[in-house]
Design a protein. Structure first.
Length: 647
């Protein structure tokens, strides 16, 4: 008898699943899990979260009519099984690869991705917007809106703001709380599954609706008391009182890996009527079904390529320490000498290196959860009492707390130190995680000190400088990945605030670099020398305050001044150009070329390829210099650079 064709080969889109039996869906889930493991072993990526939602993904797509029914995944780390089931299996091994599928949901990629996400806690807000739009348009029959959000994302205030609004708006939507880490659920088992099926069933909801209509004939106080009694009774049985208080009809908790539990409950919720938002609480396990991931869920959150049999990840050859590690060790060194140094992170202790700090100073390190707004204001509160807080947050995530940076820190001139990891382009995570706007959005704030070390040794001095600044806020940015391999100082030495340095002397061209593009500037100088032009190379160190004396010196003694940064327009180059304009440097014929990122989002790729795409390599510096000197054409990728012509 020939072997049976795998079910996954027969499922190209979710509609192919809807006539499958529960037993077949269980087989499909097993095949989907194996496919996900095999895929990520080749591409790398977010494995643990994706394995944890395999059965949930199968059940939702089997029960609901996606894409007509809107399915929104929070963050997007867990969507690899979803992509496989929604017409993208033939491309799944291009995941996070140049020109391939995104590691997150993306509207332009598939109609099954109704909302793009890579930052957390947005799904309920987006889903509510879709539900309200549906109601305003009077759609018949009503499409379902399902938002899947993890318990970690529920630590963000935005999720509760959305739930509060949803509970008050009475636009029907289903929120699936994927509880895989916080253990906020009571025991999950047969009784819980039975209660969930019961309270989600049409008969129970009909009786509940009848009782509610009857209660309306009694005085309002009795009606209100009856409603509260029913809510608390279900809350005591299920543990969902918090969500009931926010206006949601709570169902659960149920085993998120048991299709015999998931399918009937989801069908009940699909077929229920009314305008009350519903929260379904499912309990899952990160890395489910793959022993190495089950044993180390955090390690397998994001993985490199690995051996499927052993789980061993492919390791890069030993190289220089990462900027993240250098930052953490430098901060520990400062904390050894200064008992007021404390560290704050937003659910990223290992990503920011603060897990090492926490081991050394457990009482001086604070993980506040996915709550960047709170992290910033919490750090501001620490600063008011004389502490020296370092708020370590990825550049892209600090965007979520901009009002707090302005209102709670900058206006009050509080010495909060912002350590912005993953600044610049970040490779496979793409545009959603690129830290390219910080120079622009912080540079406009009065009193803010902004630094960018050019290598890991400079980062050590940068941490020491930030520690010493005790009268105003400061920020320093550093890239993802390994350093350059330069020797590290035993101890950081604070810089003079607002002062850069000359690294190499030349005559025709001056290149003023901010941050790690200094290495490209030095390589460009070598190539320019081969073409008969000597170049002065300077390291700005500070975006704010600007070293205006250094800038004026470079402008006076060179025909061409180029600035380079791995940030968006409106940052360092704009600040230098503003100073040059008001100083009259352009009146003397200076040719100025600010090299910044182009005015577009740069897709996921290797870091080296992204820099080539952005036009921020040594080759590009040379091309701009020769063009400005009249020795070559303007580079084709000069769209990100604004050339100010001589008079």
């Amino acid at each position: 008898m020939p072997p049976q064709t795998p079910l996954l080969d027969r499922v190209r889109v979710p509609s192919d699943m809807r006539n499958l039996s529960a037993e077949q869906l269980r087989q499909l889930a097993d095949e989907l899990r194996a496919e996900t493991i095999d895929t990520v072993s080749v591409t790398g990526g977010h494995l643990g979260a994706s394995l944890g939602v395999v059965e949930l993904t199968v059940a939702i797509h089997a029960v609901f009519e996606t894409p007509r029914d809107r399915l929104i995944w929070d963050v997007g780390h867990q969507t690899y099984p979803h992509k496989i089931l929604t017409g993208r299996r033939d491309r799944i091994r291009t995941l996070r690869q140049p020109g391939g599928l995104s590691g997150f949901t993306r509207r332009s990629e598939s109609e099954y991705d109704p909302f793009g996400a890579a930052h957390s806690s947005t799904s309920i807000s987006a889903g509510l917007g879709m539900a309200v739009a549906r109601d305003l348009k009077g759609e018949t029959p009503k499409r379902n809106v399902i938002a899947v959000i993890g318990d970690g994302a529920m630590s963000a205030g935005m999720a509760y703001e959305a739930m509060n609004n949803a509970g008050a708006s009475r636009s029907r939507m289903i929120v699936v709380l994927n509880d895989n880490d916080m253990s906020i659920a009571p025991p999950v088992g047969a009784m819980s599954a039975y209660l969930s099926r019961l309270i989600s069933s049409r008969s129970f909801l009909s009786i509940r609706d009848f009782a509610a209509r009857m209660a309306k004939h009694f005085p309002r106080t009795i009606e209100r008391t009856a409603k509260r009694a029913e809510e608390y009774a279900r809350g005591i049985l299920t543990g969902g009182t918090l969500f009931e208080e926010l206006g949601f009809y709570y169902v659960g908790p149920i085993d998120g890996h048991n299709l015999d539990h998931l399918l009937p409950v989801l069908r009940n919720l699909r077929d229920s009527e009314g305008d009350e938002p519903i929260l379904l609480h499912v309990v899952t396990q990160k890395g489910k079904g793959y022993a190495p991931a089950e044993a180390s869920a955090d390690k397998y959150h994001g993985v490199s390529k690995f051996n499927v049999v052993t789980g061993e990840q492919t390791k890069a050859p030993p190289g220089p320490p990462s900027y993240t590690k250098v930052f953490a060790q430098a901060l520990i060194a400062e904390a050894e000498r200064n008992p007021n140094v404390v560290a704050v992170n937003a659910a990223m202790p290992s990503g920011t290196g603060l897990d090492a700090f926490a081991k050394r100073f457990p009482d001086r390190c604070f993980d506040v959860g996915i709550a960047e707004q709170h992290a910033v204001t919490f750090a501001a509160g620490l600063a008011t009492e004389g502490m020296a807080p370092f708020c370590a947050i990825y550049s892209t995530f600090l965007q979520r707390a901009y009002d707090q940076v302005v209102h709670d820190v900058a206006i009050q001139s509080l010495p909060v130190r912002f350590a912005m990891d993953r600044a610049g382009l970040v490779g496979a995570d793409g545009a959603t995680h690129a830290g390219v706007y910080d120079l622009a959005y912080l540079g406009c704030l009065p009193g803010m000190v902004i630094m960018a070390p050019s290598d890991e040794a400079e980062l050590v001095h940068c941490v020491a400088t930030a520690t010493a600044i005790d009268d105003r806020p400061s920020a320093f940015r550093y890239p993802r990945g390994e350093g350059t391999g330069i020797a590290l100082p035993e101890r950081g030495v604070p810089w003079e605030i607002g002062k850069g340095r000359i690294v190499r002397e030349g005559s025709s061209v001056a290149v003023l670099a901010l941050g790690p593009r200094l290495g490209d500037a030095l390589r460009a100088a070598d190539e320019l020398a081969a073409n008969g032009f000597t170049a002065t190379i300077a390291d700005a160190r500070f975006m704010k305050p600007l070293d205006t004396a250094l800038i004026d010196q470079l402008a006076r003694h060179h025909e061409v001044l180029i600035t380079i940064e791995d940030g968006a327009s409106g940052g360092f180059g704009a600040a230098v150009g503003h100073h040059l304009a008001w100083s009259g440097a352009f009146d003397s014929g200076l040719r100025f070329r600010p090299m910044v990122l182009p005015d577009r989002f740069i897709d996921h790729n290797t870091p080296a390829a992204q820099l080539i795409d952005a036009g921020l390599t040594a080759k590009d510096i040379v091309a701009h210099a020769l063009s400005a000197l009249g020795r070559g054409a303007v580079p084709e990728n000069a769209q990100g650079s604004v050339a100010i012509p001589a008079r």
